[in-house]
Design a protein around this ligand. Structure first.
Ligand code: XIL
Length: 397
């Protein structure tokens, strides 16, 4: 009799433990969440963890792990290329929506948010546009109409489906450009003057009142000298402050977060300070394209662990700096990596002299690297009082 009672009690206890383990993290009693994916751990802080998506890899039946990990690890996606102008409108007047629509449908199926990338940028423009401007067949007035039309058409097409739009990308020069004093650079500034930035935000807002509108750039992780002549973060800060002050509908600043282990980079509190200062302007922030690359010395390429290990550790530490800073700032809404596996990363193709690589969270065989474990641990250990849920951003009217 006694024995039978103990068996029943034991069974009830086991069943209770089973139930507790399967409860979501937000339920009472703080059970250990069963889902230890980055997306689930990020949600404890209302932080969306995103990745850029390469549509060819997503659709490759020979590479099923890619698709599986995009869906299971991430709560936000960005098109790595298929929403760029050259992809959307390769021939003037003929839009190719297919691949971008496919990503939107995939995101819906997987309960993910979408960052729209990108409306106005000087790279990956269609040939008909750059050639037309170069040979004079498209004049300034027509170019402005073309830009307004592009923004309006694209934003309306995706209306209601995009959480954050990168409206203007990389508009500001770097100190190593010529002239070295920071300035508005590239195709659009050259042909339309810097006023195109404000115009672009106004046109985007008119086409979708509910999407959050971002300015996006690299090398703006922290403030440097404070001298606007060579401090890109300060230059961007002054620019977005002016845009806010003049009623331009900008809602956020995206910090790309392309770092390299060969550089000094920053510490967490410096980066958090920059995010907070943008937040104090009433802007949301986000890390939008994080990766931390390393030089592929002959030793690394030969598999020498003495050369590989310090790079993997430095890469992990830099991921951690950006993520911890984002966690600290309640206006930092999402943390997106620019590809999650070294198997599909833009780094080796773009930084080849000297060759660079090892920039992402997973290796070429989809094994999580130290950077992945560090990001995961940061999400696990973060909590009150310093890490609190995100403050949602409302689109500026
Ligand atoms: C890169 C893509 O990853 C590559 O596949 C493509 O060939 C070039 O563009 N900053 C940006 C991104 O805003 O759009 C870039 O993406 C990387 C740098």
């Amino acid at each position: 009799m006694k024995l039978r009672r103990w068996i029943v009690v034991g069974a009830v206890a086991l069943a209770t433990v089973g139930t507790l383990n399967s409860l979501p993290a937000s339920a009472g009693g703080q059970p250990r969440p069963a889902d230890q994916s980055l997306r689930a751990l990020g949600m404890r802080h209302d932080l969306y963890i995103g990745t850029a998506v390469d549509m060819a890899a997503l659709n490759d039946p020979a590479d099923p792990q890619y698709r599986q990990l995009v869906g299971s690890q991430f709560s936000s996606v960005t098109a790595e290329n298929v929403m760029k102008w050259e992809s959307l409108e390769p021939t003037r007047g003929t839009y190719n929506w297919g691949p971008a629509d496919q990503l939107i449908a995939y995101a819906k199926q997987n309960n993910q948010r979408v960052r729209g990338h990108v409306l106005v940028w000087h790279n990956q423009l269609p040939g008909w546009l750059t050639t037309g401007v170069a040979d004079g067949s498209i004049d300034t007035a027509e170019l402005r109409d073309i830009l307004r039309n592009h923004i309006t058409t694209v934003v309306k097409h995706f209306k209601g489906k995009i959480w954050q739009w990168d409206v203007v990308n990389e508009a500001v020069s770097d100190p190593w450009d010529n002239p070295p004093a920071l300035h508005y650079k590239g195709f659009w500034a050259q042909h339309l003057g810097p006023g195109y930035v404000a115009d672009a935000f106004r046109w985007a807002r008119a086409a979708d009142p509910n999407a959050l509108l971002f300015y996006n750039d690299y090398n703006i992780e922290a403030f440097g000298s404070g001298n606007p002549a060579d401090d890109k973060t300060q230059f961007v800060y002054d620019m977005v402050k002016r845009l806010r002050a003049t009623g331009v509908p900008i809602d956020g600043v995206g910090s790309q977060g392309h770092l390299g282990t060969q550089y000094g980079n920053y510490d967490t509190l410096q980066v958090a300070d920059a995010l907070e200062r943008f937040g104090d302007l009433g802007l949301a922030t986000a890390f939008t394209e994080v990766d931390v690359r390393s030089q592929m010395t002959p030793g690394v390429q030969a598999g020498d662990s003495n050369e590989i290990n310090p790079r993997l550790q430095a890469s992990a530490a830099n991921y951690s700096v950006l993520l911890q800073a984002c966690l600290l700032s309640r206006h930092c809404l999402s943390f997106t990596v620019w590809g999650f596996t070294d198997r599909h990363s833009w780094i080796p193709g773009w930084f080849d002299n000297p060759p660079e690589g090892l920039a992402t969270l997973y290796d070429e065989n989809y094994q999580p690297k130290r950077a992945y474990q560090t990001v995961k641990a940061d999400l696990i250990f973060a909590g009150a009082p310093h890490v609190l849920p995100r403050i949602p951003q409302k689109p500026r009217r």
